[in-house]
Write a protein that binds this ligand. Structure first.
Ligand code: UTP
Length: 458
């Protein structure tokens, strides 16, 4: 067994868990590298890694049926209820009780972009990045409701510094420094298929961010949750970095959340077809609401239809949620309740004896929607796809930059139409700056649109 002053207990633990292959190149490491490596190993919960490996394929679900949800209004009663929600939502926003929270710690591997995904340019005319679009929406809400909206950004070790630097270089896109909170999520080691820890380089472990579900813990451990408590924030509006259409402070959604005293509210949209790769909202046999990943929904259930011919499991999750601060505090305070880890088999580029190799490995991640069944007080709220969902996951094709830009242009065109503003037949692309409008009502009906092929309104 190797030894190192002050670290023998850590080394012993590595051997006890059969992970001594990690020290294969110990003799070649410098003093500094050894110390860094041992400090990292001291943080590893080997029992957790063992348990995750042993239990990796056990994803058991209770029985479930489709979850009830607040649908797009069809009746007068539903329209009235929506108006009441709108009024309440505006009151809640005006009282400064809501913070915006984007999870941006992912690796964006499908997009293949080298850098934080938030720096990816998506504005169809302006070329504005995802981060800029989100930040400018928040600035606009602040002006509209005469409040300061805190903007929380979760990063991971891989993109934290670059994200911080990016906001600094651009004066936070107009957000006051005191309203911006950028913090990291946890990282968790990956394993090979025999349960061995892997190396990223010869003196550090291969780890991955612990999933968007890690965001609730990170809010707590970073101190952001405490800062929100001190500011009187009690609703956290959660969204993903790769959806430029998200309505970050939606008064109707916030109004329903508040009126129904929900702990968690979630937006849903009608699934386009049974195989669409989005999770669906379900109600488990204990009455609680949750989300089942598309890969876990049995095929016959995904095809099941109602008498009307509509899909039974129609309410798809688009990862937009409102979390009560108190709820997050409750579930992150102790160690008893913690979100489960899911396992994904991935090719991992790791360091093995002097070279980098693609290893068939196991990545562990928490999913934020696993928090839903931890409460009985949920709202699931239907929204329209064309108004709110344009995920940028791939370079081309489905859920790509192209499709997101088309959706942005279509939506902004529809906002102009809603205000009775004419757009020339020569115009092919329309983009409206978030600083001008976050909803059609923000646009002055006397606005004139230039008769050019590509229109940018700011
Ligand atoms: P995805 O599951 O789409 O992952 O994340 P991704 O990393 O962006 O892309 P792929 O799968 O590698 O291609 C959905 C949202 O959750 C965030 C992402 O940044 C994105 O906003 N996320 C994901 C985190 O913040 N942390 C994670 O550990 C994983």
């Amino acid at each position: 067994m190797i030894t190192c002053r002050g670290y023998d207990e850590v080394i012993r633990r590595v051997y006890d868990h059969g992970q001594e292959h990690l020290f294969a190149e110990w003799d070649d490491l410098s003093e500094d590298e050894r110390e860094l490596f041992l400090r990292e190993l001291a943080q590893i919960d080997f029992d957790l890694m063992n348990r995750l490996y042993r239990e990796r394929d056990r994803a058991a679900h209770m029985d479930f049926r489709p979850a009830p949800y607040i649908r797009i209004p069809l009746t007068d009663d539903e329209r009235r209820e929506r108006r009441q929600a709108l009024e309440r939502g505006i009151e809640v926003i005006r009282s400064g009780r809501v913070a915006a929270f984007v999870v941006a710690g992912g690796q964006g591997s499908r997009l293949g972009y080298d850098g934080p995904k938030g720096k990816f340019p998506v504005g169809p005319v302006s070329g504005k990045t995802l981060f800029q679009i989100h930040a400018e929406k928040i600035v606009r809400y602040g002006r509209k409701y005469n409040i300061a909206v805190p903007f929380l950004i979760m990063t991971s070790d891989e993109n934290h510094s670059e994200t911080v630097a990016y906001f600094r270089e651009h004066d936070n896109f107009g957000i006051a420094q005191g309203d911006l909170f950028i913090f990291r999520q946890n990282m968790i080691p990956s394993l090979d298929r025999s349960g061995n820890l892997l190396l990223r380089e010869r003196h550090s472990l291969f780890k991955n961010p612990d999933g968007h579900g890690g965001s609730l813990t990170a809010l707590h451990t970073s101190g952001a949750l405490e800062a929100m408590r001190e500011r009187g924030i009690d609703i956290i509006s959660y969204f993903q970095v790769d959806n430029p259409l998200v309505s970050i402070l939606d008064p109707v959604f916030i109004g329903f959340h508040d009126l129904r005293k929900a702990d968690v509210s979630s937006k849903a949209l009608k699934k386009a077809y049974p195989e669409e790769k989005i999770g669906v909202f379900v109600q488990f046999s204990n009455g609680r609401i949750g989300v089942i990943e598309y890969s876990d929904l049995p095929e016959e259930k995904s095809r099941e239809t109602e008498a009307s011919g509509e899909l039974a499991y129609a309410a798809g999750s688009i990862a937009i949620h409102l979390f009560n601060r108190g709820f997050i505090e409750r579930i992150t305070a102790g160690t008893e309740i913690s979100l489960p880890f899911h396992t994904a088999e991935k090719k991992l580029r790791s360091y093995v004896r002097g070279e980098f190799r693609e290893i068939a490995g196991l990545k562990f991640e928490k999913f934020v929607f696993d928090a839903l069944p931890l409460t009985e007080n949920n709202v699931v709220f239907e929204t329209l796809r064309e108004e709110e969902f344009a995920p940028v996951k791939n370079p081309t094709g489905i859920d790509s930059v192209e499709s997101a830009q088309r959706l942005m242009s279509d939506l902004h065109r529809s906002w102009l139409a809603a205000r009775g503003i004419a757009v020339s037949g020569a115009t092919t692309v329309v983009e409206i700056s978030p600083l001008l409008a976050v909803e059609p009502g923000d646009i002055d009906p006397s606005l004139r649109v230039p008769e050019t092929e590509r229109v940018y309104l700011e």
